[in-house]
Design a protein around this ligand. Structure first.
Ligand SMILES: [Zn+2]
Length: 128
């Protein structure tokens, strides 16, 4: 089964597509490319309304829940929007908050473990 298929089953967001996954043996990580679905409008991070695309920024990495000891990263090229009310802003992403590099799913995952272990033990266990 493909990793992208698993992600679509458990971490699917309308307007975005998991394009492919590759193992990076040098860094012991799995990188998964994410792109906007064709025709989907970006959402303004200021007012959370769909807005016209403005341009693209550099690619960012968002850490997802590790699999079999491999760190998992979602790679996504952020877009900026030209919002009628707010001006040019970075788009809002459904899987991350602001400038955080962890996905919401991973933050929740770590928080659930931190209820059972100390934060220090949690961080050491997941090398996060
Ligand atoms: Zn706006």
């Amino acid at each position: 089964m493909l990793l992208t298929r698993l992600l679509n089953a458990c971490h699917h967001f309308p307007g975005f597509v998991y394009e492919g996954a590759r193992l990076c043996e040098a860094t012991q990580s799995i990188e998964i490319d994410v792109r906007p679905r064709k025709g989907s409008k970006p959402v303004c991070s200021c007012c959370n309304q769909p807005a016209r695309g403005y341009d693209s920024l550099t690619e960012r990495r968002f850490e997802f829940i590790p699999v079999w000891g491999f760190a998992v990263f979602l790679l996504y090229t952020m877009r900026r929007v030209d919002c009628r009310d707010c001006g040019v802003k970075v788009e809002a992403l459904p899987w991350a908050n602001g400038k955080h590099t962890l996905t919401r799913a991973y933050m929740i995952f770590l928080a659930q473990w931190a209820r059972k272990l100390s934060w220090k033990e949690t961080v050491q266990s997941f090398r996060s």
